[in-house]
Write a protein that binds this ligand. Structure first.
Ligand code: S3P
Length: 169
């Protein structure tokens, strides 16, 4: 069995969908950001502000290398994980890569609830979301399966993922 890898922009619902998949399959969720936070004993904000984005991206690749060795897990990645070719290759070796999408306005609504995302702490976060989505689109589209999350519950999305993978529920 392959792992299920959840990718996609910040605020598309990777965490919630990961939880639903975990409940359905009885598999553990491994969240790459959470693992980095645990191992560095710093928040994502602290890592970005103290060490910079490049240092974070290197930690992310190292963590992806580690977690992609696992089997029968749901791997939830940070929104920038799909950008590096190395990350994409590591994740694909043992996993089906599923990219979740949502409209910029939906992403803004979901991400404005907290200040945990350093890349969106700018004057005009909606513009930043548009710009990042445009730059990242081609990388996200390299996923095995793309799922539009608009208007769907995490439970429904989890079901759709399993259906698209050909796994009966
Ligand atoms: C990032 C997404 C975040 C986190 C970091 C950078 C990005 O994860 O890894 O703030 O570059 O899109 P989430 O997608 O879980 O918010």
């Amino acid at each position: 069995m392959k792992n299920i890898v959840l990718t996609g922009f910040m605020g598309v619902g990777k965490t919630e969908v990961g939880r639903e998949l975990s409940a359905i399959l009885g598999w553990k969720v491994v969240d790459v950001d959470d693992e980095i936070v645990k191992s560095q004993k710093m928040s994502i904000n602290e890592i970005f502000s103290r060490l910079g984005e490049t240092a974070f991206r290197d930690m992310e690749t190292e963590m992806i290398r580690k977690v992609s060795q696992k089997r029968n897990v749901i791997i939830s990645t940070g929104g920038g994980a799909a950008l590096r070719q190395e990350n994409r290759e590591l994740l694909k070796t043992r996993g089906v890569v599923v990219c979740l999408t949502a409209r910029p306005e939906t992403i803004l609504k979901r991400t404005s609830k907290n200040r945990e995302r350093p890349l969106l702490q700018v004057e005009n976060p909606l513009q930043r979301i548009h710009d990042l989505l445009e730059a990242r689109g081609p990388f996200y589209e390299k996923a095995d399966i793309m799922i539009d999350t608009e208007g769907k519950s995490p439970f429904h999305i989890a079901g759709e993922i399993l259906e698209r993978m050909g796994w009966k529920r």
